[in-house]
Write a protein that binds this ligand. Structure first.
Ligand code: PLP
Length: 444
């Protein structure tokens, strides 16, 4: 493809320059800045179905889905109508409303938790769940896994994944904490173990389990690229309870995505607490945490663990979440269709890469997929260290080729892409055509 045939990015460039003058790095969340792939981040004007349109009028097939929430595609008519109908009644009350009861009833019915508390983001959900675990157990340590990302609360920015795997402040191999501004004393309360290493978890638990309030984990990792847990690791996770430790599943990304009951439902895990975000808000800012009644009743005002929010249970956000979950519940075939699309995409990427002599290792589950640019057998990438061996320069080159062909992939090697119900067979073929050309560009 010649430079002449590439769509203009003039308006995005101008907006990025204005944004950099008034916002750190020009963005409100780091990965959006395209630092690890280079080039100008596209400023998005609008999104419908599986497509984004940028400020220059260029249309892209979207595989980010706002980093997960848009499982039904953008601007789904039923979600739009639910938000519009809520809007006519006012946007925030600071008092209880019926929609938050309905969404709580829906979430408890679908997932089987006893109680749920709504917050405004995934970060708030994990942060609050950990405070609750500490309050409930009276212990101060928590344990997380290297390369798992649970939002940006201080104690969780330790050996974290997602943007911290590619941004300067959290370069690979850096010891904990992974962000400036997190005191060593906070980080010292976070123990870190290796994902998919049951022996390491058992050993750490045997030594320190009696001091640990909670083990928090991504039941399927999306934030180091997709990593799928082994049955042995899942068994070790269940064993942490023998030490009086609470098990917290961070389903912010996987909840309602990998199945209606999330990754834990799919994998047969029974955590004590679960965190949600993304899909539960249908594209509006919502997070939630929930679990067993005896633990959740420690939350204020029922119990002594304080947690509050001016906009929590916001009527527009509750309406968007309710409409989304209703559609997911009413379309049981959707998850199978998403999985079939993603499986065909994985096979197509592998063969397109092979034809061009490019080496690739693809992990995928449900509607999540990462194509790691490295020479490893498919499915063998299981840990942060495995993922980190990927050729990020090759990925960046491939990403740019794809973007130039109208396919908007996640702009980092260490992220999952997300397939939505709005992606069609036509989109799948277009993606694979672009991928063939992009790999040929890389190979040549
Ligand atoms: N937990 C997981 C597993 C996530 O993927 C994310 C965000 O990507 C978060 C927590 C934080 O959610 P939020 O960005 O809504 O604060």
């Amino acid at each position: 493809m010649t430079t002449e045939s590439l769509p203009s990015t003039a308006r995005s460039e101008a907006l990025f320059a204005r944004a950099r003058a008034v916002t750190p790095g020009g963005v409100n969340s780091p990965v959006r800045a395209f630092r690890s792939v280079g080039g100008t981040p596209r400023f998005i004007r609008e999104a419908h179905g599986a497509h984004l349109t940028d400020a220059d009028g260029t249309r892209y097939l979207d595989y980010i889905g706002s980093w997960g929430p848009m499982i039904l595609g953008h601007d789904h008519p039923a979600v739009r109508e639910a938000i519009a109908s809520a809007l006519t009644g006012g946007t925030s009350f600071g008092a209880p409303n019926e929609r938050e009861v309905q969404l709580a009833e829906t979430v408890t019915r679908i997932t089987g938790v006893d109680r749920v508390r709504f917050v405004n983001s995934g970060t708030e959900a994990t942060m609050s769940a950990l405070r609750l675990a500490r309050g409930f157990t009276g212990r101060k340590y928590i344990l997380k896994f290297r390369g798992n990302y649970h939002g940006h609360a201080d104690g969780l920015l330790v050996e974290a994944g997602s943007g911290l795997m590619t941004n300067a402040a959290g370069a690979l191999g850096q010891a904990a904490p992974s962000s400036a501004g997190v005191p060593q004393e906070y980080a010292a309360l976070t123990l870190v173990s290796e994902y998919n290493d049951p022996a390491a978890l058992d050993t750490l638990m045997a030594e320190r389990g009696h001091e640990v309030a909670a083990v928090i984990f991504e039941p399927v990792v999306g934030n180091a690229g997709v990593l799928i847990p082994t049955p042995e690791f899942l068994a070790a996770l269940h064993r942490v309870r023998e030490h009086g430790v609470l098990l917290i599943a961070d389903e912010v990304m996987t909840g309602f995505r990998l199945s209606l009951k999330g990754a834990t439902g799919l994998l047969g895990l029974t955590p004590d607490l679960t965190c949600w975000g993304k899909i539960i808000g249908g594209g509006l800012p919502v997070g939630a945490y929930g679990g067993r009644a005896d633990v959740m009743d420690f939350v204020s005002p029922q119990g002594p663990v304080y947690q509050a929010g001016t906009l929590s249970g916001n009527p527009l956000a509750m309406a968007a979440g309710l409409a989304t979950l209703e559609i997911l519940e009413g379309d049981p075939g959707l998850y199978g269709r998403l999985e079939a699309y993603t499986g065909t995409l994985a096979d197509g990427l592998r063969s397109a890469a092979r034809e061009a002599g490019v080496i690739l290792s693809v992990n995928h589950i449900g509607s999540m997929l990462t194509a790691f640019h490295q020479d490893a057998p498919d499915g063998s990438i299981r840990t942060y260290a495995d993922a980190a061996r990927s050729d990020t320069a090759a990925f960046a080159g491939w990403f740019q080729h794809m973007l130039g062909r109208g396919i908007y992939w996640a702009p980092s090697q260490f992220e999952s892409i997300f397939v939505s119900g709005a992606h069609t067979d036509h989109d799948l073929n277009a993606t694979l055509d672009a991928a063939r050309a992009a790999y040929a560009g890389l190979g040549g």
